[in-house]
Design a protein around this ligand. Structure first.
Ligand code: FCB
Length: 449
C-alpha cells in the first residue's frame, strides 16, 4: 500500500513546548508560565522557561525537518508573545520573531501551517476571566485578524484552536493543565461555547483579511474501532464514538465539531448537557457555525468495541496490553476506523495534525538514539491510515507529533515524543533512528518496518 503522491508529510510543535524565553523582548506571561510556578503542578517542577530554546534555534529545527524530507511544519504562534495584554497592542519584536520562523520555512521549501492557539493564553486575558469570558473569544478574533493581515501571501494555512477539548476538560475540570480553574458542568460548557465562538470569529476575520487563507481547527477525543470487521461491530464502534455520555463529553470530537461543521449540538434531550446546549442563542450558533476548509485530527489511541446484546460494548484491555512509555495504549486500528467515522460524519478534507508516542529514548553508547519502539508504532499506525485513505477517507496529510522532544505539559521533560532527540543540558539536537525511517516514508510513500 502506498500513500498518494500529493499526501502532505510534516511534523508538529507548539510555542510553549519548544520556544522558551516567553517574556523576552516584550512578550507577555502566558497561563502556562503561571501554572508551572506552583510546585507540584508539573512533574519534577519543570517549566518552559528554556524548553528546547527554539526561540534561538528554530532555524536548526526547520533545517532538520527539511533534511527529513518534511513538506510542512505545523507550529503555533504564542498569543502572549504577540499580544502581551490581549488588548490588540502588538509586540513588534514578537511579530519579527515569527517573521523569521515563517521566512526560514519558506526558504527551506517548507509550508508553514500555523496554529493560532495551542494553549498559550496571555495571563492578562486569564486575569479577566480567560475562557469563561466572552471577551477572550473577541480578543482572539482580533489577534487572528492581525496575524492573517500580517502574514498574507506567506502563510496560507491556519488552525484556529488546538484541542479545545483539553482546555475544557484538563484546564477547567481535571485541572491538571493551565489555568487549573475548577468549574462545574455549566462553567465548563461556557468555556466550550466561548472557544467555539473564538473559532467562528477568528475564521470569519481571517477570511475577510486574507480570502486566500485556508482555515481549520485541530480536534481530539474519544474514537472507537470495531473488534471484528463485520457490520454489527462497525456500527457499534461508530455508535460508541459519537455516543452522548455525561461523563466524558468534554473529550469527544462531536461536542465541538458538530456545532462548527453541522451547525447544531449533538442530540442530548433530557440531559443537563442538552439543556445547556439549548441555551446557546441562534445568533451565537450562527457565529459558531463557521465551516472550516479542513479538519485537523489529533489521534493517539482508541477503544475496541463490539456489538453487545444491549448496545456497544467496550472490549476490556487484557493485563499487559501494549503501552507507550507514557502508558497510553497502542491501538493502531484507530487510524483506520476512527478516521473513517470522522470522515463519514463531517465529510471535510482532513489532516492528521498529531500522532506519535513517548518512548524511553536515550543516547546509546554509539552516540545514537535507537527508538525501534517508535518505528514499530508508526509502521502499524500509518499502515492503518493508508487503509483508511484507500477506503475513501479524505485524509490529505500527516503531521507527526513531534518534530523534537519538548516540554510535555504536566509531564515536564520526562516524556519524549520527538523524531529528533533533545539533549536538554547541552540543548543539542540528535536525529533518532525514526527520523531516518520517516525520511524513507516521505520519499517513497510506502510504510515498512
Ligand atoms: C496533545 C497536545 C500536544 C502534545 C501531545 C502529546 O494533546 O496537543 O501539545 O502534548 O498531546
Amino acid at each position: 500500500m502506498k500513500f498518494p503522491k500529493e499526501f502532505v508529510w510534516g511534523a508538529a510543535s507548539s510555542a510553549y513546548q519548544i520556544e522558551g524565553h516567553s517574556t523576552e523582548k516584550g512578550g507577555g506571561v502566558c497561563i502556562w508560565d503561571t501554572f508551572c510556578q506552583t510546585p507540584g503542578n508539573i512533574y519534577n517542577d519543570d517549566n518552559g522557561d528554556v524548553a528546547c530554546d527554539a526561540y534561538h534555534r528554530f532555524a536548526e529545527d526547520i533545517r532538520l525537518l527539511k533534511e527529513m524530507g518534511g513538506k510542512a511544519y505545523r507550529f503555533s504562534t504564542s498569543w502572549a508573545r504577540l499580544d502581551p495584554n490581549a488588548d490588540g497592542h502588538w509586540n513588534e519584536d514578537g511579530i519579527r520573531y515569527y517573521d523569521r520562523v515563517v521566512d526560514e520555512c519558506l526558504k527551506q521549501g517548507i509550508t508553514p501551517w500555523i496554529t493560532l492557539y495551542h494553549w498559550e493564553l496571555p495571563q492578562a486575558a486569564q486575569d479577566r476571566g480567560g475562557w469563561q469570558n466572552r471577551r477572550t473569544a473577541e480578543g482572539f478574533g482580533r489577534f487572528a485578524g492581525m496575524m492573517a493581515a500580517h502574514f498574507r501571501g506567506r502563510v496560507k494555512h491556519y488552525f484556529t484552536l488546538n484541542e479545545p477539548q483539553c482546555t475544557v476538560g484538563l484546564g477547567h475540570d481535571a485541572c491538571i493543565h493551565a489555568p487549573g480553574v475548577k468549574l462545574d458542568r455549566a462553567g465548563c460548557f461556557g468555556v466550550l461555547v466561548n472557544q467555539l465562538l473564538a473559532h467562528g470569529i477568528a475564521m470569519k476575520t481571517i477570511k475577510a483579511l486574507d480570502p486566500e487563507a485556508k482555515v481549520g481547527i485541530a480536534s481530539t477525543g474519544r474514537l472507537c474501532y470495531p473488534e471484528f470487521e463485520m457490520p454489527a461491530d462497525i456500527n457499534a464502534a461508530r455508535e460508541a464514538t459519537f455516543a452522548v455520555s455525561d461523563n466524558d463529553w468534554e473529550f469527544t470530537h462531536h461536542w465541538y465539531l458538530d456545532p462548527i461543521v453541522l451547525g447544531r449540538f449533538p442530540e442530548a434531550e433530557g440531559t443537563e448537557l442538552g439543556r445547556l446546549a439549548s441555551q446557546v442563542s441562534p445568533e451565537d450558533m450562527e457565529i459558531i457555525h463557521a465551516v472550516p476548509d479542513f479538519l485537523g485530527y489529533n489521534i493517539y489511541n482508541g477503544h475496541s468495541v463490539r456489538a453487545g446484546a444491549n448496545g456497544p460494548e467496550y472490549i476490556v484491555r487484557y493485563p499487559g496490553f501494549p503501552r507507550t512509555a507514557m502508558k497510553w495504549p497502542i491501538t493502531p486500528r484507530v487510524l483506520d476506523w476512527g478516521v473513517r467515522f470522522l470522515h463519514e460524519r463531517y465529510g471535510l478534507p482532513g489532516y492528521i495534525t498529531e500522532n506519535g508516542l513517548s518512548c524511553n529514548d536515550r543516547v546509546y553508547l554509539d552516540g545514537k538514539v535507537h527508538d525501534l519502539d517508535r518505528i514499530d508504532f508508526l509502521t502499524r499506525y500509518l499502515q492503518n491510515l493508508c487503509k483508511a485513505v484507500k477506503n475513501g477517507a479524505d485524509i490529505r496529510g500527516y503531521f507527526h507529533w513531534a518534530l523534537t522532544d519538548n516540554f510535555e505539559w504536566h509531564s515536564g521533560y520526562a516524556d519524549r515524543f520527538g523524531l529528533v532527540f533533545v539533549d536538554y543540558p547541552a540543548v543539542k539536537r540528535i536525529p533518532k533512528d525514526s527520523f531516518h525511517w520517516y525520511r524513507e516514508v516521505v520519499r517513497t510513500g510506502i510504510v515498512t518496518f
